[in-house]
Design a protein around this ligand. Structure first.
Ligand SMILES: [Zn+2]
Length: 526
């Protein structure tokens, strides 16, 4: 500072320039350090470091999940769906660009360790979570899943069986096989929900409340993708066809065909099987998912040998990784998706969505009127939206391979429903006033309902390919590598801003030097 005062104007300019350069370089350095430290943290805390060492016990698993939500807090949320029989929390990890926020997007779940002596799922879901965290905004598949789907991962449905005192057991602490404990469609004696095991009740509540579009649970002892039905009313071992048989076969095929070994199975044609055709069981989870949760659930047998040596986990993970990702992505890369709205007030309607020839309808959500109807591609379908008090609408679509279809419905209220809608709406529209021109007030993170204008002036059914941004669905090919999260994209601009700042500083410094030289020349002339 003393030197600065002594030097006067010249030194002031020069020192200021140097100071600005110094600050800029420090900023640039900090940005670099931030990026470097992020990678270092990943290296240190990634579950990959533990893979192959051992199967984590329940406390280690909980710690790993909490560590994950620290490392990837921007795209994850940890919660419990209840407790096991012995009071161990049943942890679930949600991965999404808006975790915990209900959006008009499909939800998918993976459930591991339903049988205590089948531990692979515990490690595989963590590896899947790590892969998504490490590749989000870098890999189109990771970005598609995080941005467009709410993925829920339950590493252990049966932590008591895993940690049983005398060694891992298939059953829970009450010695009940959880995959025989769900209410069964063919046996009314199974229908008393109150007498279910704690783990089963927690699953049933979770499935009813989350509106999963599709899911799978992990098992061991074979290598095959198993789909409903799991049983026949006469207890015979024969193929049991569910209403969505072609959809289930398609989803099971997505899994098997992306696995290097499963689809080449000598035991199971194409690496897939109908549950009852393989061996009938009653009280299973996958049938209940479909019947009561409208969730298309598969039972994935992940490895011929139960409880493979932990050193096998990296190989098993690398063989299953693409299948695990593609099955989740299938919920937006295939099927028919859209929203159902009232033509009068543009309000979302929880209408029933049915498909001709499939005796199993699904409902749109009350919040957004969105629906996600998975179907086997390559076929023509007649899709109908219907709701009490409204005129039904139907349309034919051709569902191509590898592409989802967006199909929105606008239903006209019948006179009685129209009166009800008017009652619910305090504001009465004046003649000639434009409908819903104001931006609707919504909760943070929620998508506003479509306005009449957005839907178009004609009250028609819209049919268009998945390129529509109306409900944010894309095929994976349309996804950019950076995804759609604006704040995260801006991070990538920071180095550029810092470089620009350095260049400006250099320019200012050179101007200061030029002024000094000019002043000195003037003085010398004088
Ligand atoms: Zn099992």
């Amino acid at each position: 500072m003393v030197a600065l005062l002594r030097c006067g104007g010249f030194c002031g300019h020069r020192a200021m320039g140097a100071a600005v350069i110094f600050v800029s370089v420090v900023l640039l350095g900090l940005v670099s350090v931030c990026f470097a430290s992020e990678d270092e943290v990943k290296d240190v805390t990634s579950a990959d470091a533990n893979v192959g060492a051992h199967y984590r016990d329940n406390l280690e698993l909980e710690a790993a999940l909490k560590n994950f939500t620290q490392r990837c807090r921007h795209i994850s949320r940890l919660y419990t769906i209840g407790n096991s029989t012995l009071g161990v929390p049943l942890w679930a990890l949600e991965i999404s660009d808006k975790p915990g926020v209900f959006e008009p997007e499909p939800a998918f779940k993976y459930v591991g360790n339903m049988h205590g002596d089948e531990p692979l799922g515990r490690e595989l879901v963590l590896l899947l979570a790590d892969w998504l965290c490490d590749n989000y905004l870098k890999d189109p598949m990771a970005s598609l899943i995080v941005d467009k789907i709410h993925l829920h991962l339950l590493p252990s449905m049966n932590p008591d069986g895993f940690a049983a005192q005398n060694g891992p057991t298939r059953n829970n602490a009450h010695d009940v096989d959880l995959n025989r404990d769900f209410p069964d469609q063919f046996f009314p004696q199974n229908n008393n929900e109150e007498k279910r095991q704690a783990e089963t009740r927690a699953m049933m509540s979770w499935i009813r409340s989350t509106r999963f579009t599709a899911s799978a649970s992990f098992h061991e002892g074979a290598l095959v993708a198993n789909y409903p039905w799991d049983g026949n009313p006469d207890i015979s071992q024969k193929y049991a066809t569910s209403p969505d048989d072609s959809t289930f076969k398609y989803l099971a095929g997505v899994y098997a065909n992306n696995h290097p070994v499963m689809s080449k199975s000598k035991e199971f044609v194409g690496g897939v099987t109908n549950g009852a055709a393989w061996y009938p069981l009653y009280g299973g989870m996958q049938d209940w998912n479909y019947l009561h949760g409208n969730c298309l659930d598969l039972t994935l047998e992940m490895n011929d040998q139960k409880w493979p040596h932990p050193t096998q986990i990296p190989r098993i993970w690398s063989e299953h990784r693409k299948s695990l990702l593609e099955l989740v992505a299938a919920t937006v890369k295939s099927g028919v998706h859209g929203r159902v709205m009232s033509s009068k007030k543009a309000q979302p309607l929880p209408a029933s969505i049915s498909v001709s020839g499939i005796s199993h309808s699904m409902n749109a959500s009350a919040e957004f009127g969105d629906y996600h109807r998975l179907l086997a591609p390559g076929q023509v379908y007649e899709v109908t939206a219907s709701m009490a008090g409204y005129s039904s609408r139907s349309t034919f679509i051709f569902l191509p391979n590898h592409t989802a279809i967006t199909l929105d419905f606008i239903l006209d209220p019948l006179p009685a429903a129209a009166v009800e809608e008017e009652k619910k709406t305090p504001h009465t529209q004046a003649p000639g006033e434009k409908a819903e021109t104001k931006t609707p007030v919504t909760k943070p993170g929620k998508t506003p309902p479509l306005t009449t204008e957005e839907m178009g002036s004609e009250e028609v059914i819209f049919r268009k390919p998945a390129k529509s941004l109306r409900n944010g669905l894309h095929s994976v090919d349309e996804e950019g590598g950076l995804g759609s999260s604006l704040p995260l994209r801006l991070i990538y601009l920071l180095p550029l801003v810092s470089v620009a700042a350095v260049l400006v500083c250099l320019f200012l410094a050179s101007r200061g030097s030029y002024r000094y030289n000019t002043a000195r020349q003037r003085l010398s002339r004088v």
